[in-house]
Ligand binder design. Sequence first.
Ligand code: 7TS
Length: 416
Amino acid sequence: MINTIPDTKKKFNVEDVRKDFPILKRLVNGKPLVYLDNAATSQKPQAVIAALNQYYTFDNANIHRGLYFLSELATDQYETARLKVKEFINALSASEIIFVRGATEAINLVASTLCRAKFFNSGDEVIITHMEHHANIVPWQLITDRKQIKLKVIPINDAGEVDLDAYQSLITEKTKLVSVLHISNTLGTINPVKKIIEIAHSKGIPVLVDGAQSVPHLKVDVQELDADFYVFSGHKVFGPTGVGVLYGKTEFLEMMPPYQGGGSMIRTVTFEKTTFDDLPGKFEAGTPNIAGAIGLGAAIDYMNQFDRNELTDYENTLLIYATEKLLGVEGLKIIGNAKDKASVISFVIDGIHPYDIGTIIDTDGIAIRTGHHCTQPIMDRFKIPATSRASFSFYNTKEEIDKLVMGLIKVKKMFA
Ligand code: 7TS
């Protein structure tokens, strides 16, 4: 049968896509850049750069205050960006989308304001996994200092997968919140967050999902997941730095007090008492990152041109190809072999420190991250000081993976 529904999505083609990212044309140390550190931050398409340029060149004004043309234009663009985020993650309402600095600030906001809302009592428990980024460990420790809350950790197996049985047995009547990452920035593991949420909800426990690494790789639907909070950073999804998103269900955001006080978040102020704005204004004190939000909106438009599943499938082919090629390097071991994995590969090579690997291949223009990736507990779990990590985006190619492998062979020869 002929499909009569017009296909409005642009067909994905890596060579075309690469032309959209100006930085990919640059040389590093005289060699074409091979950028394989997408888990740290993604590169920006021209459309995002143009949106920032347009805003600062022609449209700049402060928002939510001026009754003049430019202020209304800037306000409209900022609020349109919020609507784009709402659609992008399928939130129920735009007022559930709070613009923050990034995933880190979003988690700190939730931890701090839940604590001030007296959501936790002394002895209450927060469950996280062993593979969290420090951004989903330290904010809970900061409030546990104040409230004597206990942090409980779901163990992971040798492949880097969470142990769901152990998770269930960690839940007690003291468990107040589960806070887990969706995709591990170090191991690449895609966690079964839907299942994790179902289990928590069956006991009436809300769940925060750290989506910093999932939003760049997967189509996320917060209503389908039924996440109570979902956080991510703009700069990892092809948007600017300094802007990110806290999604929260209205019932929680309403219950939480403001994170910061100042302009924009109030309704009335006297020296005796202040009343606060409705959502989302209540959580956006001061002048926000207007350009950042508009740039994030442009990044979402960019991604929306494509069928996201096509991008994910392409990244999967890179993951499979890179895994096979890297395992061909003698003495190389991959840390993180989950069945369900995104295009992030951490590895160690016998007898060679990751810092040496990173520094040497940089001379050939190849950018990977080396270190503990802000996940020191994972390093302890696998009894290693650090890993090298290659993380791929949809603009990477098999040729770039070949260059990485050739670079590693060169490193091995130098250390032989
Ligand atoms: N959560 C996860 C899972 C992350 O990977 C990161 C950043 C964060 C939170 C914090 O994001 P931010 O934008 O607020 O800093 N991860 C990395 C990384 O893997 N390399 O550099 C930053």
